[in-house]
Design a protein around this ligand. Structure first.
Ligand SMILES: NC(=O)c1ccc[n+]([C@@H]2O[C@H](COP(=O)([O-])OP(=O)(O)OC[C@H]3O[C@@H](n4cnc5c(N)ncnc54)[C@H](O)[C@@H]3O)[C@@H](O)[C@H]2O)c1
Length: 432
């Protein structure tokens, strides 16, 4: 087993927690640093809402095991944890508000890291960032606060996190890892730490900004790909075809990887990527019209779904103030407990603001919402419209609940889960 001394993982969210536990499972002494006392308290008692598994164990089981082993412990004190650790992994994110990256938490975490650094410290920046952040912002700040010298007594690399929520433990092992730093020693030291968890390829980038930009580009590729699928879905609808069936046909070509349309694009990663690149692009005087159009289109999808619901209910002779709507799925994507920037949540809120009584069901999402109910039956019973926004479990078959809907039922299927032969006789049906 490789011995790297103590590893401090700053931020114990969707990335930081499974990352810290992976290091601990691989024999390392890990401090999970989390600024939110509520999250810390829950983690310290073995509780998390995350939905990850490894080797047949849930993340909660792994968390309890690693707490008991003493290899994983929690702290709210970043400076002290950084002082104690040889390696620091930064996983605090950069949210976006009104199209602008909000840097307060990320900058706050960097300042605390800078104050705790010791000669020989290695910092791996794993958050998704505005291109240029690691070596134009973090390194000078770390040098100033610690008095250390990058490449001599301080080592810093940008190592983008590429996992998908729900597959974190598996993907820490199998996902090829980019390691970006202009300092060769930093790249080598980073690789030694990464190979504790990873059995996959490591790709060295001779600057942090290349790795930072490639991470943003990966997310933007998915954003634009989904936007094309959304636009194509409108064409397929007008032409009387099932868009998802046609996309699957196109994907039988080995060089075509079209994604599927849906109710919008949520989560922390894909929607924010454009704004990170746009921030750098405006500094450089470059415009990004295609990526912007894609972002805007995906951003508009919840409005499209709400307008379609109102249109179909009107077709069925129903008014918003008299109608109840059931929404299946609140997570940012199928099966997800993560409801950050979730299109489903936007749709529920817009429907409620338009006068509908909304009842939403998603067993994966723990957060309480005024319109959330605890069973699918409670959600669908006697409603005028059913909106299928996410796959919520492998077993979920919407048609099993059609008889509970008020007839004539309005049914909107954004996940291609409904077969027309199963529809109630007089249903008003729309598929994305
Ligand atoms: N979620 C994913 O699947 C995923 C995948 C790849 C990359 N990323 C990127 O990884 C980063 C983290 O994403 P996430 O989903 O884990 O975010 P998250 O919000 O779940 O986790 C961040 C955690 O950091 C904590 N925090 C904030 N400031 C802190 C500080 N100063 N000290 C200690 N803790 C602090 C927050 O309370 C939060 O718990 C983001 O940049 C994101 O874009 C996420």
């Amino acid at each position: 087993m490789k011995e790297t001394g103590t590893i401090a993982v700053i931020g114990q969210g969707y990335v930081g927690l499974p990352l810290a536990l992976s290091f601990a499972m691989n024999g390392q002494n890990v401090i999970g640093v989390e600024s939110n006392p509520e999250i810390r308290k829950n983690l310290a008692s073995g509780r998390t809402l995350q939905n990850e598994n490894w080797n047949g164990k849930s993340i909660e089981t792994i968390l309890k095991e690693q707490l008991e082993s003493g290899r994983y412990r929690l702290s709210g004190d970043t400076v002290a944890a950084v002082r104690e650790a040889e390696t620091i992994c930064l996983t605090v994110g950069i949210p976006v508000a009104d199209g602008q990256p909000v840097l307060d938490s990320f900058h706050g975490a960097c300042e605390q890291i800078g104050k705790g650094l010791q000669a020989g410290s290695l910092v791996l920046i794993r958050s998704t960032v505005i291109p240029g952040t690691s070596e134009s912002y973090c390194v000078p700040l770390f040098e100033k606060l610690s008095g250390l010298k990058f490449g001599e007594t301080l080592f810093v690399a940008y190592v983008p996190e590429r996992i998908a929520e729900g597959s974190a433990f598996e993907e820490f092992r199998t996902m090829p890892t980019l390691i970006g730093s202009s300092d060769p020693q930093s790249r080598e030291k980073a690789a030694e730490v990464i190979c504790i968890n990873s059995r996959s390829e490591m790709i060295f980038c001779h600057s942090a900004i290349e790795a930072e930009t490639s991470k943003v580009l990966e997310n933007l590729q998915r954003d634009t790909n989904i936007a094309i699928a959304q636009e194509f879905a409108r064409f397929a609808e007008a032409a009387g075809m099932n868009a998802i069936d046609v996309i699957r046909l196109a994907n039988t070509h080995p060089r075509v990887h079209m994604m599927e349309p849906g109710p919008g694009v949520g989560g922390y990663c894909i929607p924010n990527a454009f704004y990170y690149l746009a921030h750098k692009a405006s500094e450089l005087g470059v415009s990004l019209p295609i990526m912007k159009a894609a972002r805007d289109l995906n951003d508009q999808m919840p409005n499209t779904i709400v307008s379609k619901t109102i249109e179909l209910l009107a077709q069925a002779g129903k008014k918003p103030q008299e109608s109840r709507v059931a929404v299946i799925g609140l997570g940012m994507k199928d099966y997800s407990p993560d409801d950050r920037l979730s299109p489903s949540v936007v749709i529920c809120e817009q429907l409620a603001a338009s006068g509908f009584e909304v009842r939403a069901y998603d067993p994966n999402v723990a957060k309480a919402y005024p319109y959330k109910v605890e069973s699918i039956e409670k959600a669908v019973e006697n409603v005028d419209a059913l909106l299928i926004l996410n796959k919520i479990s492998k077993e979920f078959r919407p048609s099993e609940f059609f008889s509970l809907l008020k007839q004539p039922a309005v049914i909107l299927d954004t996940r291609n889960l409904v077969q027309e032969k199963d529809l109630p006789a007089d249903a008003v049906f729309w598929r994305i």
